[in-house]
Design a binder for this molecule. Sequence first.
Ligand code: C2O
Ligand code: CU
Length: 458
Amino acid sequence: MQRRHFIQHAGLLCAASAINLKGWSAQANWSYQLTAQAATLNLLPGGPTPALGYNGQFPAPVLRAKQGKPFRVEFTNLLTEPTTIHWHGLRIPNAMDGVPHFTQPPIQPGQRFVYEFTPKDAGTFWYHPHTNSLEQLSRGLMGVLIVEEARPLPFGEEIVLGLKDWLLNSDGSFAPFTSLRAAARVGTLGNITRVNGLETPQYTAQGLECLRLRIANMDNTRIYDIGCNMPAQIIALEGNPLKTPHPLEHHLLGPGMRVDLAIQLPREGQLQVFDQKGKLSYPIASVLISPPALDAKTPAASKAKALPKLAMNPIARPNLKQAKTIPLLFEWAGELSESSAEPKLWLINREGWAGGCEDMMPGHLPTPLFTCKKNGHYILDMHNASPYPHPVHMHGHTFLVYERDGVAVEPYFTDTILLLKYEKAKVAFVADNPGDWMFHCHIIEHMKTGFMGFFRVT
Ligand code: C2O
Ligand code: CU
């Protein structure tokens, strides 16, 4: 579809500038009123799309919180079904984690719920329902949450790219969100590629500034391989700063994952962000770089600014020598019983989750995958024994990835690890957040067909 069409029909175009975030934080005050409600989007010229949106918008408002400062969302459910909000990647009290029947009762239509917590970690996070996830996420309920550093960093420019595709018929209606066949493989991919709800949007930035590009993959299924046409540094993964930033060649970003890039912009030009597939590059978004308004004549002032350095998040470092090892085997079940209402296609340690957490009945909690002592140190020895990649996500904790396929890697903290086909990985964490926490694949169809469990910290 041509861009011209989209713009005519969109009514969304203003979002392209709104999501360029300069000057946002001053107004925010870390306190929001948010609704989940029906939203009619014009994604295709053929007709409207009956979507759902936070505050009835897509993209949803980019919420900003401040590290170490209370954050509050007064949420009202204006949907016709229950929902909840999960704050993906944030280490917050269990009661705020947003898993229905599990950390809170589902929020019924018309009901209000106040989410309130103080983020410990700064970075790029996101928020989404954990209720009827396949449908609610497919229809557009999701948004980016930025936790600003306690000490502000001097990035002159900041741009957020929220990646989410849509699976639509030509009349704008939704095509089926899943099929058994797809759920047993890579999942159902969208057919309309969008960034912040737009087709290859173009943003603007001022030359010679440092740009922080926050990319969040909020898609149910699609794995991106992010690249760009200018030297860029990866400064944070899943919100968490890297000890040593490293140059971006290309970076695999699975569902639920985020990457922060820092780019010293040239005086002028065009930054292109790509999704790389083998030798081919597909544009995702671009940034038009225009010369600085007050173009300094001195050579010193006309040099690019130095990249700001991010402070590490205050995450307890697991001690690998004293840690207890927990094996986690991820497998494909192979039994495709078409008749079963809740097929178990995916297993963790030989068990498929007894129903999506959304459908979990109170009082019918399965046994935990593993149990941790509060402040205990644990190694998760993961093995993806399937021929498909899985972005494996853990609630309430951030873990250290230190070994992949038996090879030590530069350790980094994350909340989601993309395990490639047949890959093994060792990660470790300190179980310092008490409660029952979900543990699942973030390919939503995998999660819904067995690839889910929980762990308990007492
Ligand atoms: Cu984005 Cu259960 O998580
Ligand atoms: Cu998966």
